[in-house]
Design a protein around this ligand. Structure first.
Ligand code: GLN
Length: 199
């Protein structure tokens, strides 16, 4: 069975584990860089991007995840995970993995009390997708290789660049697992295409 990891340093981990299993793959909690060798794709969950970034640096995940992505292995960032993957963060010097050609704006939809759930039209998925926004970021700008997948209130809230997928919202906090299905399919598609590093 295909193994997909969830980066388990901080944030909404168990819900993503459940989503991956609902989508028919095996979920692995990733706490050490060595474990990246066991998996074919990874989800970086929501939480607090500064904390996740700090822990990633502490445990050697920055280099390790850049290498993972450079092999063409899919990475899916939700909410704080999106911020961690972004090339640039508005008004902030500190960047994290810088995998994707997007600029993000943190806490763009209001504070925690303003959390909300919406049905979104998502490119490539027939039915609407449920998304929970919690102090969510938005994508303020995308590069030429980035495909916009969902818009909410005229703001970009989901995008894809090849093997990289991001959503501003939490797809794992609902009973709608369409995005986990979408990501599992992406991992299947990329499987044959992964660039093997020969030493
Ligand atoms: N506001 C958080 C941040 O900037 C993200 C919130 C979330 O992941 N739900 O890191």
């Amino acid at each position: 069975m295909m193994k997909i990891g969830v980066l388990s340093l901080q944030g909404a981990v168990s819900e993503h584990m459940h989503g991956i299993e609902q989508a028919g793959a095996q979920a692995v909690e990733i706490k050490r860089v060595e474990q990246l060798q066991e998996i074919e794709g990874i989800i970086i969950p929501g939480g607090e991007s500064t904390t996740i970034g700090h822990l990633m640096r502490l445990y050697g995940f920055v280099e390790a995840l850049r290498d993972f992505s450079a092999q063409g292995k899919p990475v899916f960032g939700t909410c704080a995970g999106l911020i961690v993957i972004a090339g640039e963060i508005e008004g902030q010097e500190q960047k994290h993995l810088q995998l994707m050609d997007i600029i993000v704006r943190r806490n763009a939809f209001g504070r925690q009390v303003d959390s909300f759930e919406v049905d979104l039209t998502f490119k490539g998925i027939d039915q609407s997708v449920k998304g929970v926004f919690i102090r969510a970021p938005l994508i303020s700008s995308v590069g030429p290789d980035v495909e916009v997948l969902a818009i909410h209130h005229e703001q970009i809230v989901a995008a894809r660049q090849g093997h990289l997928l991001v959503t501003s919202f939490h797809p794992e906090l609902t009973d709608d697992f369409q995005l986990h299905n979408y990501f599992v399919k992406m991992v299947e598609e990329m499987r044959g295409k992964s660039i093997q590093h020969h030493v």
